[in-house]
Design a protein around this ligand. Structure first.
Ligand code: ATP
Length: 231
């Protein structure tokens, strides 16, 4: 496993959000992390990134324990988080927003990114704040890729987007599959997750409730829906 999460526990002050979560993500695998609101998906990503450090447990990247590393050190090792909040620099141009992430040696040059995100090619001179939600999502994904990560953590890329933009984001993710990249994707859109991921990990109340291949998930939708249905 390229990324191995081992029995991690994460707290917000006295309140425990993650309870002994363990799962792995193989090199070039796409794993979707699913679960209801508050299940602990974002916190898991933030723990991997060192933004909500684990209280105990181990997170290993390529065999190296990173669970006490700073977010900057984790980023330098090759893990990038594209957060749910998107956070564009509203006064910088789209090109500046993207190239802010660029690291020499990254295979995702501006040209390559424009092939992946043709919608952005015509917007490069616009300000980040002038874009629609979907365009901003494309921009922050492009920025994350420009860093040349080995592992891309994506927190709800389809959240709040118009259906046509959800499709566009899904298309980009499908193109990224098969490249030399490992994806851990938090998604509320079940169909999109099953379409893109190789494997699904379901969180419930901060613990892993189930894990199965996307093929198994598609063949047995009831298995997933029981975790996602609102009680
Ligand atoms: P969502 O889809 O709503 O983002 P999630 O599965 O990503 O849900 P988390 O955001 O990781 O869930 O939240 C896990 C738990 O931690 C929830 O009980 C939530 O209320 C709590 N939590 C999240 N952020 C904070 C915070 N900053 N301070 C205190 N508790 C928090």
């Amino acid at each position: 496993m390229l990324l191995q999460i081992g029995s991690i526990n994460t707290f917000y002050g006295p309140s425990q959000a993650i309870h002994g979560v363990s799962f792995g993500v193989g090199n070039r695998e796409v794993v979707a992390l699913l679960g209801r609101n508050g299940a602990g998906k974002s916190t898991t990503l933030r723990s991997i990134m060192g933004l909500n450090p684990v209280a105990s447990g181990r997170i290993a990247f390529d065999g190296q324990d990173i669970s006490r590393h700073s977010p900057q050190a984790i980023s330098r090792l090759g893990i990038t988080l594209v957060p749910e909040t998107r956070d564009p620099f509203v006064l910088l141009t789209v090109k500046e927003n993207i190239m802010l992430g660029y690291r020499p040696g990254s295979p995702y040059t501006l040209d390559r990114l424009m092939d992946l995100f043709p919608l952005l090619a015509e917007l490069l001179k616009k300000k980040g704040g002038e874009l629609s939600g979907g365009q901003q999502q494309m921009m922050v994904m492009a920025r994350g890729l420009a860093m040349g990560p080995r592992v891309l953590l994506l927190d709800e890329p389809s959240q709040g987007l118009a259906p046509i933009m959800v499709k566009a984001v899904a298309n980009v993710l499908k193109q990224l599959k098969g490249e030399d990249l490992t994806l851990l994707l938090v998604e509320q859109n079940l169909n999109m997750a099953l379409e893109i991921a190789d494997r699904v990990v379901v969180l419930e109340n901060g613990s892993v409730a189930d894990t199965f291949t996307s093929e198994e998930g598609r063949a047995n939708p009831g298995r997933l829906e029981q975790y996602l249905a609102v009680h």
